[in-house]
Design a protein. Sequence first.
Length: 229
Amino acid sequence: MKIPDKVKILMVLCSGFLFFTSGCVDTSVQTIPDKIVYHSQLQFTNLVTGAGTATLTLNGQLIGDVGFGEESSNLTVQSGSKTLSVNYANAAQQDYLFSADVDYKYRVFLIGTASSSDLVRNTQRYIFATPNVPSGSALVTFFDGSPVDTVISTDITGPQTGNAGTISVLGDFSSTTAFVPGDYSIAITVAYVDTVTQTFNYTLAAGHKYTAVVYDTLSTLKFNVFTDD
């Protein structure tokens, strides 16, 4: 049975229409990536007493050297599980395991001694946010990085007097306190066999967030302040 001429014409027109529509591709639509990569930000601080300079490698990627009492540069890395391999100048090589949550900024403290060290991860903020600092103020948190079994109290004098409270465990943080900007004297009192007080000076600037660190042994107690913006 022959196909009517009208049906033949209709079939030709339909096939042409299908060819035309298949050639019309919307090039303005972005291709969905095969894999979305999420990021975190990390900064490392070396407070391991007696171990000297630390050479850091994160998941096989060399970060570089961080001296005792110093910090690394701020690094943007892929989020997830991490292995931090550390070659110390005066101690055995150590591997530390931790995780970096998506879109957060961390300061990672290496603490302890050449014979026994550990890692403490401190969450700073969401990486796409600015530090939540009260207008005209500076925020300060104290951290116990001394391996000596001590009770540390902190008395602060300057434009605003205060006390950060007591931190008595290695790796412990004080509460965060808002201070008026200016020049301060920080008296660190360590209660061990004998009570020892050492005074350090630091200038706090408005709009910044700080972590003030007490570290090293009782006889060589040190103090440093890191900016955590």
